[in-house]
Design a protein around this ligand. Structure first.
Ligand code: NAI
Length: 385
């Protein structure tokens, strides 16, 4: 199969590496010749490292490189059977690109976008044949992250999502099917991990070192929310939060925080800027957490209850299946457990109680419990057991 990738930045280069290694001929296009050059070099370096680690034979790496064809001309895409774009996150740019592409590729070429925050349906709407359009959302870095969200637009023809899901699986990835709603699965369900942690900090219930400690040491998350936001970068993480909030018609559940907005405005983007929630200056001393177990579990359970509520609501609204929700959060953001399985373990009635107590205390819509949790408690159901 011949696959075209447009945009050779962080994502496009990674995706090109994945599909070339999987055995496809890849045409990789970027409007910026330097970016294209950088992408080719980074793919070559990555493949060499994989051979050094014994994860790929030298022959396989060489064959993958031979299948990779960087180009500056979209006219080279005439023989592509699938084209996936990973250009800037701008609706008008993406729509214009697909308009141009449709005049070049054959009528049965599948068109796809790696967008993480735009509506797949809105991009597809620019196409003459939107029925062959679909979202294929990789995670960064694409060669390492197993999860891929497959998102049919409302125009997408029946059967295409299954075909794409199978194709993505053949690349050694774990595809999940998501409805075309803001943030798809991962970027929606994960919001409270950041938002509720910041809220706890803002209220002065605990400092960030203690919140990070509670989530990692008591919860088993790989990174605490503040360390993770600093790692992702507030330029990226704040923008995602803001765009999800806007896309949800300003549902208070997804409201961004002023604390993070100020870091964003100041350019304190996190680790890469040397400063975010924490300081990364060479002489910086990391603050010590308050290792009080009772406080730690209060923090952990509050964040978990909010995450579980989000996952339950996504299930209730058919954003994804139960199993895909679990796979998405364990493979897309490395959560130690699926959130629905975690709900079973904590007790759904207990989770609902925590949410209702928060709602009773604050009377804020962000703490409204999913109707699914309430129904499950009434009917004594569990997600898995
Ligand atoms: P990037 O800024 O690293 O790369 C974008 C590339 O597209 C640049 O090299 C640029 O020269 C090129 N480009 C822009 N307009 C073009 C056009 N009209 N024709 C050809 N090339 C063009 O961006 P990144 O991070 O790779 O993101 C790309 C897409 O993937 C965006 O839609 C983003 O939302 C999405 N995404 C990003 C993730 C991330 O963590 N960086 C994760 C998942 C999705």
């Amino acid at each position: 199969m011949i696959i075209g990738i447009i945009g050779s930045g962080a994502m496009g280069a990674g995706i090109a590496q994945v599909v070339a290694t999987a055995g496809h001929t890849v045409r990789l296009l970027d409007q910026n010749a330097e970016a294209l050059q950088r992408a080719s070099q980074s793919i070559e370096t990555n493949l060499r490292k994989l051979t050094e680690k014994g994860k790929l034979t030298a022959a396989a790496a060489e064959a993958a490189l031979a299948r990779l064809h960087p180009t500056g001309a979209i006219q080279q895409f005439t023989d592509c059977e699938l084209v996936l774009e990973a250009v800037v996150e701008d609706l008008a740019v993406k729509q214009q690109l697909f308009r141009e592409l449709e005049s070049i590729v054959s009528a049965d070429c599948v068109l796809a976008s790696n967008t993480s925050s735009l509506s797949v349906t809105a991009i597809a709407a620019a196409c003459q044949h939107p029925e062959r359009f679909i979202g294929i959302h990789f995670f960064n870095p694409a060669p390492l992250m197993q999860l891929v969200e497959v998102i049919p637009a409302i125009q997408t023809k029946a059967g295409l999502a299954t075909e794409v899901r199978d194709l993505v699986a053949s690349w050694g990835k774990l595809p999940v099917l998501a409805k075309d709603t803001p943030g798809f699965i991962v970027n929606r369900v994960a919001r409270p991990f950041y938002g509720e942690a910041i809220r706890i900090l803002e209220e002065g219930l605990a400092d960030m070192a203690t919140i990070d400690w509670a989530l990692t040491e008591l919860g088993g998350f790989r990174m605490g929310p503040f360390t993770l936001m600093d790692f992702i970068g507030h330029d990226v993480n704040y923008r995602v939060t803001e765009s999800v909030f806007t896309a949800f018609f300003f549902d208070p559940r997804y409201k961004p925080s002023f604390t993070q907005k100020r870091l964003f405005e100041a350019g304190y983007y996190g680790r890469k800027a040397g400063r975010g929630f924490y300081s990364y200056a060479p002489d910086a001393v990391l603050p010590e957490p308050n290792r009080d177990a009772a406080l730690g579990y209060t923090i952990l359970h509050r964040v978990l209850a909010m995450l579980i509520n989000e996952a339950a609501d996504a299930l209730a609204l058919n954003v994804a299946s139960r199993d895909d929700l679990e796979l998405a959060m364990t493979k897309g953001v490395n959560y130690p457990k699926g959130l629905l399985a975690w709900a079973d373990e904590l007790g759904i009635a207990e989770v609902l109680d925590m949410l209702d107590n928060l709602y009773a205390e604050y009377h804020e819509d962000r703490y409204r419990a999913s109707a699914l949790l309430r129904r499950m408690v009434r009917e004594r159901q569990h997600f898995f057991i």
